[in-house]
Design a protein around this ligand. Structure first.
Ligand code: PMP
Length: 427
């Protein structure tokens, strides 16, 4: 089918709310490892997609999925060993008491369930989220996803707080105590909730603030925020939907970089490498409190096929030593970007870690004025050169490199060469 015809049919069948990347959208037909192929057989390096965590169509994952699909697929009201084995393997990668898994199908559902659990465990209803965040698309979770500008006032039990943006936020990187100042904003949020008659049930924190422009929370920020929310009677929910499963390169889970231990962890996207698998992990005491309030059942969450896929993904992460590989490739990528910054004045900031890297483009390094038009043109130029990425952040001037975890040094070199060429149009 021609691309033009598919675009017209899609517009009629799916309606206008669906958007797509690129002025001329990509029509992808096949994926393999870090490579994607379009309908004309053109090959692209995938520098953007985190869902195919262990690479597109990894044979081990495909084999596990098809084998279990050909054997049995039911739900968690019957006994099956896969879901138990997967929960045990998953929680073995987590610290402390984080040992109970509740299975869902999407990150949105995971965060929605996390709030219900936090409410049951604390008896409170308040929720604190960070400005610019995206945590999902349910009615509740969309209220916790302000993405900068709220279209309507937040419900009275939700309060936003500014995340630690050390480049363009209220407190800059060089400013003494910037991380502490950002953490102290949580005091105001707790007071604001109290004014509206609420105590916090939870604060939801990204282990890397992706939608706000890829900001890594300083350990001190995380530690202080955890203390403040707990002192006010709330729980900490770490959203690992983006940062989890070795992506940040030092630990399996992003929050571990800060030496903190959340009460609830939510996981999604990369866990099933494309299969809809998402999880809420919490402590036995908190899981018991939730069980006292309600039974929990999710028709598709935790089915034997999903669990088989989840285990196959964990196999690959271990067998291909992805934690070490992410660390190595990420450091190489960031060093390459720093070298590009010596030649291209549009590069205002390079941030992130592991394989979660952002490059913020500016008109001028002094004023830090966002170079949004240049950023859009760079994304298109990269695509022309066979490299896929996209923009992030309020001003859409930040390039996001968040490839499958199996991305290697030679792939980073291809992306760097393409970026070098794309940026030279703006020197
Ligand atoms: N949390 C974060 C941090 C996310 O980035 C997303 C999706 N972009 C979600 C939750 C929601 O996940 P899903 O789209 O699977 O519902």
């Amino acid at each position: 089918m021609s691309k033009e015809r598919l675009i017209a049919r899609r517009r009629r069948a799916l309606g206008p709310t669906y958007t797509h990347f690129y002025t001329d959208p990509l029509y992808l037909v096949r994926g393999e490892g870090v490579w994607l192929f379009d309908n004309e057989g053109r090959k692209y390096l995938d520098c953007y997609n985190n869902v195919p965590s262990v690479g597109h169509c990894h044979p081990h994952v495909v084999e596990a999925l098809t084998r279990q699909a050909a054997t049995l697929n039911t739900h968690t009201r019957y006994l099956h060993h896969n879901v138990v084995e997967y929960a045990e393997r998953l929680t073995a990668t987590l610290p402390g008491e984080l040992s109970v898994c509740l299975f869902v199908c999407t990150g949105s559902e995971a965060n929605d369930l996390a709030y219900r659990i936090a409410r049951a465990a604390t008896g409170n209803a308040g929720a604190i989220c960070t400005r610019g965040a995206y945590h999902g698309n349910t009615t509740l979770v969309s209220e916790l996803s302000p993405e900068f500008e709220r279209k309507r006032p937040a419900p009275d039990f939700v309060v936003d707080v500014e995340p630690p943006d050390l480049y363009r936020g209220s407190y800059a990187a060089g400013e003494p105590g910037a991380a502490v100042k950002y953490a102290d904003l949580v005091d105001n949020a707790i007071d604001e909730l109290a004014d509206k008659g609420h105590r916090p049930a939870m604060m939801i924190i990204d282990s890397i603030f992706d939608a706000a422009g890829v900001h890594t929370p300083p350990p001190e920020y995380q530690q202080r925020v955890h203390e403040k929310v707990r002192a006010a009677g709330g729980l900490i929910v770490c959203d690992e939907v983006q940062a989890g499963l070795t992506r940040l390169g030092d630990h399996y889970w992003g929050f571990m970089d800060s030496g903190v231990q959340p009460d609830i962890v939510t996981m999604g996207k990369p866990m099933g490498a494309g299969h809809p698998l998402a999880v809420v992990v919490t402590t036995p005491a908190i899981a018991d409190a939730f069980a006292r309030e309600t039974d929990y059942f999710n028709t598709f969450g935790g089915n034997p096929v999903s669990a088989a896929v989840g285990m196959a993904v964990l196999d690959v992460v271990e067998e291909e030593s992805l934690l070490a590989s992410v660390n190595r490739t990420g450091s190489h990528f960031i060093a390459g970007l720093q070298s590009l910054a010596t030649r291209h004045a549009r590069i205002g900031d390079i941030r992130g870690k592991g394989l979660f890297i952002a490059v913020e483009l500016v008109e001028d390094r002094q004023t830090r004025q966002p170079a949004s038009a240049a950023a859009a043109a760079v994304v298109e130029s990269l695509r022309e050169q066979g490299v896929l990425t996209a923009l992030i952040g309020r001003d859409r001037n930040t390039l996001k490199f968040r490839p499958p975890l199996v991305f290697q040094v030679e792939h980073a070199d291809i992306a760097l060469a393409a970026l070098d060429s794309a940026l030279s149009a703006f020197d």
